[in-house]
Design a protein around this ligand. Sequence first.
Ligand SMILES: [Zn+2]
Length: 476
Amino acid sequence: MSKKRIKIDFKSPDDAVKLNYFKNEVEFSEDKNFIITVDGTKDDYIVSNRLWMSNKHREYPEMKNKLSIDANNETERLTLMQDLIDGFCEKYTLDFSSREDLLELYRRNVEPIPNPAPHVLGACRIGMKCGEGIFDFIYADFDSIYEKLRNKEYVIKYPDAKGNGQLEKFYNQYAHYCNTLYNYGELFASSLYTYICPPVFGNQIDHKRTLQYYMLQLKYWQDVYLDLFEFCYDENYHPEVLGGLCPHERYNIYCIMQDLPVSHILKNKHSIVHNKLSGEKMPYGLSEAEINKRFSAEVKMTKELKRFAKDYEFEPEILKTLIQMPHYIHICYDFSTVEEMLNLEFMRLLELDLRFIKCQRCGKYFLRKTEKDARYCDRIQPGTNKTCKDLAAIDNFKEKNKDNIPLQIYNLYYKRYVARIQGSSERERQFNEWKYKSSAKRIECEQGVITPYEYDDWNFEYFPNRKGTKFFKDKK
Ligand SMILES: [Zn+2]
């Protein structure tokens, strides 16, 4: 079968989808970690504030209407949001402090607002290990939720504002985004990257077809990255051809053979900020003690300061705040789409020259930590509270004891006799006595002092009036 990938033209039907609505950031640290800062400007309180200011400090009526629609099913909405937050908290380290600061500022200066709907990760900082995000995406189960949503009627919860001005356009895009999230949020929440890069569907489009198109795209990127992991990292993948090469060299060959570009222009951003630290030392950050010191040292409104501000025709109060507040250099990459973030993370993996292997239990790739690392991953398997590593150890134990006849005899009677107890403390005492004696006999049996047949008989006759058969009933 040809391994040549067929390119799909992802021009959306009728240009019905906007894929780059969110403006997120990612910063990579020296170690194998990175931090994502989710766009914090796509929430009710920020949008509402922007509309309020642009509308000459008057309330924007459509926004007021939206908030009153939301107030109607507040409890249901809050439960849904809490479930989403819990789900993400289970997987990632989330820092909500910037989000809370923004909200606090808004509540203090503008108006009480119930909650920063509709996105639960707006302005959130997410700490991750390299590889984690890609794996979360490629192994996400989009299909089952798509099946659930595909035939549902698309609900337009927030109607468009009338008119064609800048404010209306701005509001309508936000309303479309909220509608998309209301209808398909569950699908986006299947993976972190689809959730923090949510698409925006228009109101007057064929939603079924557009959703299908969006799914096609997700599946395409899942396939591409699975392919890439196999090609660049799997040591069992054509070792006679690719064996001696580094992951980035294998990547180069893959791209050339698949007509994909080997160079990528990444959106690197250099800024000076007051709210993001990328270290404990200037210019990238300060320790907590030093930050507190800066804040507690009062900057006085001196004559010199006033004169200085006047020379620059600048507000002295603002200048005072700027002097007081510590600022840091912040270097990051911008991304808006799932595709961009996958690419950024994959490039970083190549730079770090990490090694991944395929779990021999679930078949998913995971980071190899040492040269002779275990063959099983740390993923909790569905329906259990055990990882592949745990489950493999259990299987291994079973396999090892497959031929241990005395243990099998013991286990058979253990199951039978433990069932006798039925809440009776007298029977429990008898059971414990049997357990003690039988264990001792089992050792004798293992050492060949007694035969397995004798051990079987002894156990069988221990409790009179028993039900069941002997271990060797059919095995003689
Ligand atoms: Zn596994």
